[in-house]
Ligand binder design. Structure first.
Ligand code: GZL
Length: 345
């Protein structure tokens, strides 16, 4: 079933789309003035462009929803603000798109606009983070990661490393530089560390949000170093913050690396998208990265094509993810009975 988007509404979108463009690597889909009736129109509300992961995710979506693949993609960058995303979703409803894809910044506050989409008969597919709604009919399906599993892999890697290197649990003094507060990725990664610290007797000194950005990660790490002189593990909830934190550690004269016993500060991170972070992981400056796969475009496209054929795909669709380290001390980790080999970055 295809709703024909009106030419006037599409033209109204163009200035907003141009203004909303985040990174130069991301191409703004030019919405054609002519609307072919045989295209599926998808309104995509992306939360922003805060990290390399986000930009890679956007590019994956834009590469999936091309005209050659039968789609007309209307992309809107929320610039980290839920209010902008809600405006975009309302614009998509008014425009009469066939499907809405939403990458929500945080979990709460979506009931009313998702109810409007459902009442307009427009299916919503969630990508990456989740929404906390009582009524599960407000979205058709979700594609993303198991963030707590990512954290369990990371903390199990840390536990095994300390075991092999005879580091006692009480010798670990950990700080957590958290992602955007209230986002599913932050909730899962924070919970995983807090549980592991409690179970293993690790000293979790403090946790402060770096909002998934490099600059904020640098700022938060510098402030933590002013407040605490015993930090020896920095758990960063994404690579961009890890890069900023390493800058701050080195600026403060700290040696960054896995050798806690001889005074180095260990940094661990999530994503594995940013080339610099992978280089740091190869050098041992980042001791371990739990992968977070941003390439959701093909999965979301397949879900929309299934829905368009009247099929009922799985509601929750998880992507597969690895764990990376160049220290060949820990070869694999076992989480919830499943073994994950630790791979070279
Ligand atoms: C995770 C995603 C997070 C990434 C960050 O799926 O929501 O947001 O880990 C990104 O890099 O900013």
């Amino acid at each position: 079933m295809k709703k024909i988007a009106t030419l006037l509404t599409l033209l109204l979108l163009l200035p907003a789309l141009a203004a909303g463009c985040g990174s130069s690597a991301i191409k703004e889909e030019s919405t054609d003035e002519t609307v072919e009736e045989d295209l599926i129109t998808v309104g995509f509300s992306q939360l922003g462009a805060e990290s390399d992961w986000r930009n890679t995710n956007t590019i994956s979506m834009q590469e999936a929803f091309t005209r050659d693949n039968g789609f007309n993609l209307v992309y809107k960058n929320g610039q980290q603000k839920q209010a902008n995303q809600i405006t975009a979703v309302r614009m998509f409803i008014q425009q009469g798109v066939d499907y809405i894809v939403l990458a929500p910044a945080t979990e709460t506050g979506w009931e009313s606009v998702l109810t409007e989409a459902r009442d307009a008969g427009i299916p919503v597919i969630l990508v990456d983070r989740r929404v906390d709604v009582a009524d599960k009919t407000l979205f058709s399906c979700w594609v993303g990661s198991d963030f707590e599993l990512e954290s369990k892999k990371m903390t199990e890697w840390l536990r095994k490393l300390t075991e092999v290197r005879n580091i006692s649990p009480e010798e670990l003094h950990i700080v957590n530089i958290q992602g955007t507060m209230g986002s599913t990725a932050q909730i899962g990664r924070t919970r995983g560390l807090a549980n592991a610290a409690r179970e293993n007797g690790w000293d979790l000194i403090t946790e402060v949000s770096g909002d998934f950005t490099e600059n904020k990660g640098r700022e938060v790490m510098a402030a933590m170093l002013k407040g605490y002189d015993n930090i020896n593990v920095v758990y960063c909830e994404n690579d961009n913050m890890a890069i900023g934190a390493i800058d701050a550690l080195e600026a403060a004269g700290k040696r960054v690396g896995p050798n806690i016993k001889n005074g180095e500060v260990m940094v661990v991170s999530f994503d594995g998208v940013n080339e610099k972070s992978l280089e740091y992981c190869r050098e041992g400056k980042i001791s371990c990265i739990a992968e977070c796969n941003p390439l959701h475009g093909p999965r979301v496209r397949a879900l929309i094509e299934a829905l368009d054929k009247g099929e009922t795909p799985e509601t929750f669709n998880y992507v597969d993810e690895k764990i990376f380290s160049s220290l060949n001390t820990v070869k694999s980790v076992t989480v919830d009975g499943i073994e994950y080999s630790v791979e070279e970055p």
